[in-house]
Ligand binder design. Structure first.
Ligand code: GN1
Ligand code: MG
Length: 366
């Protein structure tokens, strides 16, 4: 542990004495650490340096997280739940700010570490997928009456019109000189431009409503308890006002993949229909009461939409010369592109069945 880390951590309202600070997790964006304290009765903390290239408004982000967690805790308390374990708790800086800005202009944040939980990098059973679906479903349901708007700290985040604008710019510049070797991959994106923009038009014109959404619902952003139930939705950096379809779709991209997000063996990658069914059942049990007919109609499409967006984002970052995602090898973003495209084609092949599953559960549950 460097003195620097310890010094920065000491700016926060930590209970007890800090014993150690160690790196934690596999996030692509921020640097994450766990702060352990000496005494068993004192909590541990999750400590992060936010990625300043991506998050330009950390005060705005933390204000959003405070609004969302306050709302969640009210709901959890009303239902007799445990507000310290079922929702995140921000640990403010000693001066009362929800962040600390260091001399290099980096923003640091802290929250309570929730003990005795399990996290997963893959949904290895339908039971786990069902619990994950319940988790995101409850999260959306508890926030469905939150009227207070959130600050748009990531303009255009899951907006494919915005992503295509970035895409067109990067392709016209071709900064890393990689475009010429990517004719096939670029066509994967271009071939779907029209249908993806048509879907987003429905969000823009209000046919599909805007609500409070998480926007990064992959499986490692939810904690499970030791009995395998959903416990707490974490990583709230991207809470925004958008469509709930993106949260469902991104979860499907993550949970149903039989391979890795960056699998080099494409034979491993496909969409697992049993996982799809189980997640969808858990999700709809919690959400069917408030989702509109247009949201239900486009739920299956959202899985393709977010997986497509991820193909575009990984490929765009590769063409751009790898400025956004952390990479482990020079080809990493291209490997991710191929693996996500394989998943997308598997969803396209199973699309009719996906729609039938959603139709069946939404009828049974309403
Ligand atoms: C990033 O930070 P992490 O790993 O939870 C990214 C998501 C992507 C995801 C791909 C702010 O999430 O949008 O879907 O990687 N977050 C941001 O795995 O861009
Ligand atoms: Mg994360």
């Amino acid at each position: 542990m460097t003195n620097n880390l310890k010094e920065i951590a000491s700016k926060f309202s930590v209970e007890g004495k800090i014993a150690d600070i160690k790196p934690l997790g596999e996030g692509f964006i921020n640097d994450t650490f766990i702060v352990t304290t000496l005494a068993e009765e004192d909590p541990n903390y999750l400590f992060q340096r936010k990625n300043k290239n991506i998050f330009k408004d950390v005060p705005g982000m933390m204000g959003n997280i405070l609004k969302v967690t306050t709302h969640l805790k009210q709901k959890i308390a009303a239902a007799g739940g445990d507000i310290m374990r079922e929702a995140m708790t921000i640990t403010p800086a000693k001066n009362g700010d929800l962040f600390y800005k260091d001399e290099e202009g980096d923003f640091w944040t802290m929250c309570l570490f929730i003990k005795d939980n399990l996290t997963y990098e893959a949904a290895d059973s339908p039971e786990l997928a069902y619990a994950g679906g319940k988790g995101i479903g409850k999260f959306q349901s508890m926030l469905s009456d939150m009227k207070e708007p959130l600050v748009d700290i990531l303009p255009g985040f899951h907006n494919i019109r915005f992503r295509f604008k970035q895409w067109d710019e990067v392709l016209s510049k071709d900064p890393a000189g990689r475009k010429a070797g990517l004719t096939e991959e670029i066509a994967w994106v271009e071939d779907r431009r029209k249908e993806m923009l048509e879907f987003w038009t429905l969000v823009e014109n209000g046919t599909i409503p805007t609500r409070v959404t998480h926007n990064d619902t992959k499986i490692n952003n939810i904690l499970f308890d030791k009995e395998g139930n959903d416990l707490c939705v974490i990583d709230l950096d991207t809470v925004l006002n958008s469509t709930v379809l993106n949260d469902y779709g991104d979860a499907m991209r993550s949970y149903t993949n039989t391979g890795l997000e960056d699998d080099e063996n494409l034979d491993q990658v496909s969409m697992d229909m049993d996982i799809f069914k189980a997640y969808t059942k858990g999700y709809l049990e919690e959400t069917v009461s408030f989702l509109t007919a247009s949201e239900l109609e486009y739920l299956a499409f959202s899985a393709k939409y977010i997986t497509f967006e991820q193909v575009l984002r990984f490929l765009m970052d590769y063409i751009d010369g790898d400025n956004y995602y952390k990479i482990k090898s020079p080809q990493h973003n291209l490997i991710r592109t191929h693996a996500q495209y394989k998943l997308l084609t598997s969803m396209e092949e199973q699309y009719e069945q996906m729609k039938q599953v959603i139709f069946k559960y939404s009828k049974e549950l309403s």
